[in-house]
Design a protein around this ligand. Sequence first.
Ligand code: ADP
Ligand code: NI
Length: 193
Amino acid sequence: MADHIIDEAIDYASRLFEEDASGHDLGHSLRVWRGAMLIARNEPSSDAFVVALAAILHDVDDHKLFLTRGNANARAFLDGVQVDPDKVERICEAINSVLFSQNRGRRPSTIEGKIVQDADRLDAIGAIGIARAFAYGGAHGRGMESSVRHFHEKLLLLVDEMNTDMGRKLAESRHAFLLAFLDEFSEEMSLTV
Ligand code: ADP
Ligand code: NI
């Protein structure tokens, strides 16, 4: 695989996310990349290059963060490092299916999109997911209860929405950790009121 392109994508994402404290930092993108590669090893029909770049770049045109249209940031980067036009289309399709399906409950149609979506969801649950939910609440000036509500409204539902076998397996232990955390949280809360 063209490793130098992966390295350059990481540099590009690190420059874009430098300033963000709302849960979309470089660390998130790198964890999604590593998780996606782990899942991809179990999905032989997937294109590892498309998975890697879609994962690293999955948030670079997220409308919550950037005002770009038509994957402008991702395309500018990929064209700049001379990725094949055909691969650029597949990478952007995977990214878009992740971003759209989050809003509309649709599953990505390509295996690469399914893998990156699973990796993105894995980073929203487990210990890291808990840390991100409270960091998000803090960054938006909200109290702990608001993040706990987000667990019930969204994070606890993710385990049943995974696309791949490996994604589901990893999600199950992280889901169990969320449940254990919520038990302990409410127990401690009940002692302090
Ligand atoms: P992504 O685009 O990477 O899927 P989101 O933008 O939906 O993620 O959320 C980024 C992080 O912030 C995630 O870990 C998510 O669980 C958390 N988050 C999003 N909305 C809320 C909320 N209302 N309260 C607490 N955490 C939230
Ligand atoms: Ni993400």
